[in-house]
Ligand binder design. Structure first.
Ligand code: ASP
Length: 587
């Protein structure tokens, strides 16, 4: 038997027991004739004691152990005189009588501690050592607990977990596919699923009624902090449902997760906001509702007074930062630089402070009378001590997005984006389509299987851009944690949708024939949603990046630096796959 107990298990009540432990040497200290070793495993740390006076050869052996050596010890549990209140095993120590070296270790390239000296790349290269650090391990434990709770909740609600294939056909709608060449079918490729969307719909046609899967999805997109080329979804679908049924079911799941994972009891229905309002008041389809600073439009208030920037603008709007009138000139200049950064692209920033006596002092005082500025103050409901920040531009949507960045920045600067506070909402009534400059055509905003709102179906022919969808996203603290829709189950409507998206009948049949045909065999009304598991875990763990809750993540260039993947393959493999590599120089 390698061990009788783990390194996190023994307490004062175990004093006197003879035990066997196994684990890694975290650290070793020599004090006079005594050697102390912290022995670590996944469960914790236990102090080992070797006494030179009692057993000199054993103590010498212990002194030769280096960091991260794997050892087994036998000994007696004793009460510690010098207790460590910070760890659960801190009241005891093991007086070691036998030591077995199970495996030696080279000196690790960084310290295996929460405050490690290892940089990102080094830690990723030696991820198996990084994963020994308690803070990283805890994220994966949390992830495990979360998937257990997800399964518990969905199982209790009658959902069946069904696996769908990883090698499927390529679908050009949506993001870019990762493709896999087929040896047995020369010149042909599988694609890795961007999501099991069509397959879960087929499961509804098959009568499965309530499906879920905790599933890997693959999208060949440029990476950001909350994106990985492969990520995990909690993918769900239900039959005989309307939007409210789905929202209730998955709001219930979110509440269950908050309660079990964080001990937070969320009561009452979550806020619901239309996409239209989200864009109008927050400039984003995923507003961070932990704080206010709702946009106020100022076209009526500030246009027509000779300030050409505003007079020529298609949109003028602002936010009111409560109690921020103390911002210095330097801070305001920094905010101006912030909005002028190329990634944001605003031309400038206008600001106004509400003074203690209620008067308004602005950066554009020479164009506006106090009377107009007071009207502006009233539009915000601003009080003495508040700071008003205004942006304008010739494209309303673009300017709102810039204002959104400014709002988020002010929220952060004023400490309003607390990681321990949670603001959840549903954004509903997304537009059915969005215009793609790149493709020069309408694209489905969610996906082509999304059902248009019943009352908008009449506009599909006349004004498709105005059609809204039965599509919804759940947003937590400004992060999209999930989204879904009610689906089309009428083959005629589905055909119409493909037509609007610019598919010929033949192409639609070629690519989605399997689904369209299935709808001819009694498809129930259905809908669903997918939650992003990685994003949920990172919110619960308070992480800035989803990478830290993934065991073996990719870096920003999509590389696994530990496996050194992607890599080239041998000529023999290329030949078998009938592939010729011809790398064109990028222009
Ligand atoms: N398949 C969708 C997605 O991956 C989610 C859904 O509509 O259920 O975004």
């Amino acid at each position: 038997m390698y061990r009788t107990h783990t390194c996190g298990e023994l307490r004062l009540s175990d004093a006197g027991k003879k035990v066997t432990l196994a684990g890694w040497v975290q650290r070793s200290r020599k004090m006079g004739g005594m050697t102390f070793i912290d022995l670590r495993d996944r469960y914790g740390i236990t102090q080992l004691v070797f006494n030179e006076e009692v057993d000199a050869p054993l103590c010498e052996e212990a002194n030769r152990l280096g960091r991260e050596y794997v050892i087994q010890v036998k000994g007696n549990v004793m009460e510690r005189s010098n207790k460590n209140k910070n760890i659960p095993t801190g009241e005891i120590e093991i007086i070691v009588s036998e030591l077995t070296l199970l495996n030696a270790s080279e000196v690790p390239p960084f310290t295996i501690e929460d405050n490690t000296d290892g940089g990102d790349d080094l830690r990723m290269k030696y991820r198996y050592l990084d994963l020994r650090r308690p803070s990283v391990r805890k994220n994966l434990e949390l992830r495990h607990q979360m998937t257990m709770e997800v399964r518990r909740y969905l199982d209790a609600q009658g959902f069946l977990e069904v696996e769908t294939p990883m090698l499927i056909g390529s679908t050009p709608e949506g993001a870019r596919d990762f493709v896999v060449p087929s040896r047995m079918n020369p010149g042909q490729f599988y694609a890795l699923p961007q999501s099991p969307q069509t397959l879960k719909e087929l499961l509804m046609v098959a009568g499965f009624d309530r499906y879920f899967q905790i599933v890997k999805c693959f999208r060949d997109e440029d990476l950001r902090a909350d994106r990985q080329p492969e990520f995990t979804q909690i993918d769900c679908e239900m039959s005989f449902v309307e939007q409210d049924d789905i929202i209730n079911m998955f709001e219930g799941m979110a509440k269950h997760l908050f309660k079990t994972m964080r001990g937070v009891e969320l009561t009452g229905p979550f806020l619901r906001m239309t996409w239209q309002d989200a864009m109008k008041f927050y400039g984003s389809d995923k507003p961070d509702m932990r704080f206010g600073m709702r946009f106020v439009e100022l076209m009526d208030v500030l246009k027509g007074f000779g300030f050409s920037v505003f007079d020529n603008a298609a949109y003028i709007g602002g936010i009111c930062a409560e109690g921020a009138a103390h911002y210095t000139r330097k801070q305001l200049d920094q905010l101006t630089d912030f909005v002028k950064r190329p990634q944001i692209g605003a031309k400038g920033l206008v600001y106004a402070r509400v003074e203690a006596d209620g008067t308004v002092k602005s950066s554009v005082d020479k164009f506006y009378t106090q009377e107009v500025l007071q009207k502006m103050k009233e539009a915000f409901g601003a009080k003495p001590g508040d700071l008003i920040l205004i942006l304008s531009g010739d494209d309303a949507m673009k300017t709102r997005k810039q204002l959104c960045e400014l709002r988020l920045e002010m929220g952060a600067q004023l400490g309003l984006r607390d990681k321990n506070k949670f603001a959840l909402l549903w954004v509903v009534d997304f537009p059915m389509f969005e215009w793609s400059e790149e493709e020069g055509r309408l694209m489905a905003m969610h996906h082509p299987f999304t059902h248009p709102k019943k009352e908008d179906i009449g506009m599909l022919d006349t004004n498709p851009a105005a059609v809204r969808a039965d599509a919804y996203d759940m947003v937590c603290n400004g992060i999209e944690v999930g989204g879904g829709s009610i689906r089309i189950n009428d083959p005629q409507l589905q055909a119409k949708m493909f037509e609007i998206l610019g598919f010929t009948k033949e192409r639609a049949q070629e690519q989605f024939g399997f689904l369209i045909n299935a709808f001819n065999y009694g498809a129930p009304p259905h809908g669903g949603l997918a939650y992003g598991l990685d994003r949920w875990v990172s919110i619960f763990a308070g992480l800035d990046s989803i990478r830290d809750c993934i065991a073996f993540p990719k870096n920003n260039s999509g590389r696994d630096v530990m496996l050194d993947a992607p890599g080239t393959i041998e000529q023999k493999q290329l030949d078998e796959l009938n592939l010729v590599i011809d790398i064109k120089e990028k222009k």
